[in-house]
Design a protein around this ligand. Structure first.
Ligand code: ADP
Length: 337
């Protein structure tokens, strides 16, 4: 039986952090055997905020390495750079024409970005979810591994799919999200989502010392004022991180001992540190190896473009047929009579 398709993307807007890893990447890695996976480094999305072109070049390279080091296997899955498959923006335009503006202005991430970047409100920010819908349905993906913050975008994708199918005939499946076991990790501030755009991350390539420097000062349960106070693991971002990285014994131990002040926050953080480092160590070792293979990285992306384009071209052919312009796209082959 033909495998179902999966699509997911990560923006090359900085180094990957443990939120990306836990929220999306682990599932992206795990799904590779059961599904046919297409993974994108979504550079067009990263252009919706001010960016430095030189940094963009570097970030794309580093993001590719991070994907491969974490366990994305280009023999099994397609790994490609979004802007090299022009069908993403071609389909986004078609979808733009059937998406009411009101659907986009109500998206929570747009409202947040509007507040964060009042001086850089560009069309791309508003249109971001339409491009994301195009990214997914271009490959007729049925499953999308993402973190919780992406749920409104997935819902919008389904609405756009329903509208396209009802206007032009059944063409696209409605994609479903695949959330990580831990859906959202907050940043070191314990308030905001851990995010590349905020300086509140633990990055996949950090050393044990660097991670400890951050973890040791990270915000915990704010109700626990002193070491002697009992804590509330359910209100602590460090405990959420334990759930993402630690073995059951450690999770149970930290929850139990925190609740009666048997351990302090620093003790709990030290256990977490060891568990994060244990998981990141092999990824970092592979990363070091990949850094020596520059040509291989370009080859992977080039191969990904070629393979993704084949699928994308087929879908666009179908879309052009549905919307009545295919004849003109094939004008060179078919006589226009
Ligand atoms: P960022 O928000 O850091 O710029 P992206 O937008 O590129 O990251 O997100 C890539 C993937 O990582 C998405 O599926 C997103 O849901 C997931 N993700 C990002 N931050 C977190 C987080 N703090 N917790 C869980 N998942 C996250």
């Amino acid at each position: 039986m033909k495998k179902k398709n999966v699509f997911s993307g990560i923006q090359p807007s900085g180094r990957l952090h443990i939120g990306n890893y836990v929220g999306a990447m682990r599932n992206m890695i795990d799904l590779q055997d059961e599904y046919f996976c297409i993974y994108g480094i979504v550079d067009y999305h990263a252009m919706t905020v001010r960016f430095d072109p030189e940094e963009m070049t570097k970030s794309i390279f580093n993001c590719t390495i991070d994907y491969l080091a974490a366990g994305i296997d280009p023999e099994k899955s397609i790994l490609m750079l979004q802007s090299t498959v022009s069908e993403h923006t071609e389909l986004a335009w078609v979808l733009n024409t059937i998406t009411p503006i009101a659907w986009l202005t109500r998206v929570p991430t747009f409202k947040e970005k509007q507040q964060d970047n009042p001086n850089y409100l560009n069309m791309g920010l508003l249109d971001y979810p339409v491009l994301m819908a195009a990214d997914i349905i271009l490959y007729k993906a049925e499953v999308v591994p993402v973190g919780e913050d992406q749920l409104p975008h997935l819902e919008l994708t389904r609405e756009i799919v329903r509208r396209f199918n009802s206007y032009f005939g059944e063409t696209f499946p409605e994609p479903k999200e695949k959330l990580g076991a831990v859906k959202k990790i907050l940043g070191l501030d314990g308030v905001n989502k851990m995010s590349k755009s905020l300086d509140n991350c633990i990055y996949l390539d950090e050393t044990k010392e660097e991670i400890w420097k951050k973890l040791s000062t990270a915000v915990t349960d704010t109700r626990r004022k002193r070491r002697a106070d009992p804590g509330n693991p359910e209100d602590c971002n460090i405990f959420t991180m334990h759930k993402a990285f630690s073995k059951k014994e450690d999770i149970d131990y930290c929850a139990r001992e925190c609740r009666h002040a048997g351990i302090g926050c620093l003790d709990c953080k030290k256990i977490l540190l060891d568990n994060i480092v244990a998981e990141l160590k092999p990824i970092q070792a592979r990363r070091q190896e990949l850094l020596k293979k520059k040509d291989y990285i370009y080859e992977v992306l080039h191969d990904g473009t070629i393979r993704a384009k084949k699928i994308a071209h087929k879908t666009m052919d179908e879309v052009y047929e549905r919307i009545g312009i295919k004849l003109y796209h094939n004008a060179g082959q078919n006589k226009l009579s």
